[in-house]
Write a protein of this length. Structure first.
Length: 449
């Protein structure tokens, strides 16, 4: 994890937030390459939800919703973590995360392990971030920053039945920021108080819920492996009964083998009719599907794949991180799936003279329209390749002396290091072809499927 954090800072993926003021715990800013990578992760998710199927619609709902939303959803009452305080070091810990926490006085020990530790019993702590609406701060003005994007979807269910002309099974998807006043943060962007979610609520006839639950388990695992995550680093873990959230009748986590061990990447839950029924009761509105032809009416059940953008991005980075040697020199390389790579192609003149920069600029102009491309003419070519390797650029196009004579360039592959000559006129199609090719992580051994 330390290597990832350091690469992220060095290469402008992720910075600690508010650093000039000493930093704000577990708050992060995404730099240039982080933004590009994040956009690609979200783009692939939208693609899997919208473009590759016909039964899901998009939504972008408000972050601050009517406070009644969170009472009806159960979050005001039940969105809590059990906490213990240490009377000695005055720190607060999640009672269910003690083994992952450090004692405030002896960081090599867990809270409660030293004779000096004096822990209180566990008390419930609500994770909702409170704010207030309007100029007067009183009970009537209390509002919450949403802790999940899901509720905005339930609040809009009726609108979608009307304008979308959809009949279950159908889904509503959204990506957006969520906020939780987490007590145990840390592990870089794995758990933060402000994060982005990619959630989809899939409304189905109640009798079909189990089948759709299985469908989404398979789909979501395939999404990660299709984007290069090694299958032996991914698993599905069904929740035990005591672990289930207040709304869920069944949940399975997609877990990734992070450096901190197997941890949740995404939760796939069968929320039953919990949310629509709760909002119908609280709002007095009918939130049900009525078949106008047969008169049949029912409250759909909901299958929810709920993923974290930041956590997915972290898993993609970790899975991609690699070190090898070229000509006796150590190299750090991000073996990202080309579809996720922040920059698809770098254009590099071998030397900064003899007409090479001019031809390289022409090549760059032809590519940048179609792909996220980067032009770099400064420094030794080996250093420029290393820089692109570290940000995960799959292909580097080099313009050399021969290019000026026959209008060909070399294309260097980040993973195989093979260089082939390609005609400048055929370059955009060649990059396009490579992007469409099936990609397999070179970190997988030949025996891995
Ligand atoms: N609507 C259901 C829901 O929100 P969740 O399991 O609490 O379920 C879904 O959250 C996903 O959101 C998680 O699997 C994780 O990827 C991400 N997530 C949740 N809390 C997070 C946090 N504090 N920091 C970063 N990501 C978080």
């Amino acid at each position: 994890m330390e290597k990832i954090v350091s690469l992220c800072k060095r290469r402008g993926f992720v910075f600690g937030s508010s650093e000039i003021y000493g930093g704000l715990g577990s708050s992060y800013d995404y730099g240039h390459y982080g933004v590009l990578l994040k956009n690609n992760v979200k783009d692939r998710w939208w693609r899997a939800m919208l473009r590759e199927r016909d039964d899901i619609l998009a939504l972008d709902s408000a972050i601050i919703q009517h406070p009644e939303t969170w009472r009806a959803s159960g979050h005001v009452e039940s969105f809590t973590d059990p906490l213990v305080d240490c009377r000695t070091c005055k720190l607060r810990f999640r009672a269910d995360h003690l083994e992952a926490s450090q004692c405030g006085r002896k960081p090599s020990k867990h809270p409660g392990e030293t004779p000096d530790c004096d822990l209180t019993g566990a008390r419930s702590f609500n994770l909702l971030f409170e704010t207030s609406i309007g100029p007067v701060k009183d009970d009537a003005s209390v509002a919450y920053l949403r802790p999940e994007t899901a509720q905005g979807i339930f609040l809009n269910f009726k609108n979608y039945l009307q304008f979308g002309r959809k009949k279950p099974p159908f889904g509503i998807a959204q990506i957006g920021k969520s906020f939780r006043n987490e007590i145990t943060t840390g592990n870089f962007i794995f758990r933060t108080r402000e994060f982005e979610q990619m959630e989809m609520e899939f409304f189905v006839p109640p009798d079909d819920a189990d089948r759709w639950f299985e469908h989404w388990l398979e789909r979501r695992v395939n999404w990660y492996t299709g984007l290069g995550i090694r299958p032996d680093h991914l698993r599905l873990r069904p929740h035990e009964r005591e672990e289930l959230s207040h709304y869920s009748s069944a949940t399975s986590d997609v877990e990734y083998l992070f450096p901190i061990g197997w941890s949740e990447l995404e939760g796939i839950a069968n929320r039953g009719d919990y949310d629509l029924t709760a909002h119908a009761e609280a709002s007095g509105q009918k939130l049900e599907y009525v078949d106008t032809a047969s008169g049949e009416r029912y409250v759909p059940h909901v299958i929810e794949p709920a993923a974290g953008v930041d956590r997915a991005l972290l898993a993609f980075l970790i899975d991609a991180y690699d070190e090898d040697e070229i000509g006796g020199e150590a190299r750090t390389v991000l073996r990202l799936h080309p579809l996720l790579a922040p920059v698809k192609v770098a254009v590099l003149p071998l030397v900064k003279r003899d007409g090479q920069p001019e031809l390289a600029s022409e090549v760059y102009e032809a590519l940048r329209d179609r792909f996220q491309a980067e032009y770099d003419e400064g420094g030794a070519i080996g250093r420029r390749y290393r820089r692109q390797d570290e940000i995960g650029t799959p292909w580097a196009v080099t313009i050399d002396g021969q290019s000026l004579q026959d209008r060909t360039v070399t294309v260097r592959d980040r993973d195989s290091l093979k260089q082939v000559r390609v005609a400048i006129d055929a370059l955009p199609q060649e990059i396009e072809r490579r992007l469409r090719e099936t990609w397999r992580s070179p970190k997988l051994s030949d025996n891995d499927s």
